[in-house]
Design a protein around this ligand. Sequence first.
Ligand SMILES: [Zn+2]
Ligand SMILES: [Zn+2]
Length: 235
Amino acid sequence: MTQPWLDGLLQRLYPPTCFLCGAPGHAGLDLCPGCRADLPHNRHACPRCAIPVPEDQGTGAPCGPCQRHPPPFAASHAAFRYEDPLPALVAGMKFRARFNLTRLLGQCLTLALLEQGAERPELILPVPLHRRRLRERGYNQALEVAREVSAALAIPIDGATCIRALHTSAQVGLDDRERRRNVRGAFAVLRPPAAHHVAILDDVVTTGSTVTELTRTLRAAGVERVDVWAVARTP
Ligand SMILES: [Zn+2]
Ligand SMILES: [Zn+2]
């Protein structure tokens, strides 16, 4: 976390500038109020899996699939629907190491968690990358977003108790069933997390197969409650 005086100095040297249109930013965010309002905020969603629901159907009850087959996680929160311009923003953060973008998306997720009244976990656990992928990319984007959220909400990160034990192929282009098979047994807990309630954090949740598998692994290791936090959720 930076010092207030340093924040003040940085604000003067690098005033917040909108990432999308270049206009002055607002409230310390690299987004202008107009572009921020235009983003696809995920305000009407299933409380259990965060899948977007039409505005007039947002009753606060879990969606049909969650009622029929309750997922192992207790609640999910996503800042945005994975619609334009999110794919480009997430790709910039994930593959081109644009850390100012990571900071912005982390700030947006923090604001969404506060707005959506997310319950406070004891730990934030970023979805781990396999060490081979970590070596190729050089950083774990989920951990980078988690650092922002952790600093803003003063919730510690646990980046050590759980690893990705299997080098799974990319999930892109796989259907739901193939994705589930692809991530089965992918995670391993090295030592049980020192918490009853953790939030796992991922950049984008698509079918939920990765977070479902990680939640199962954590619950089998004795964690009572797991929530899912994500920058974006595919509709
Ligand atoms: Zn703008
Ligand atoms: Zn649901």
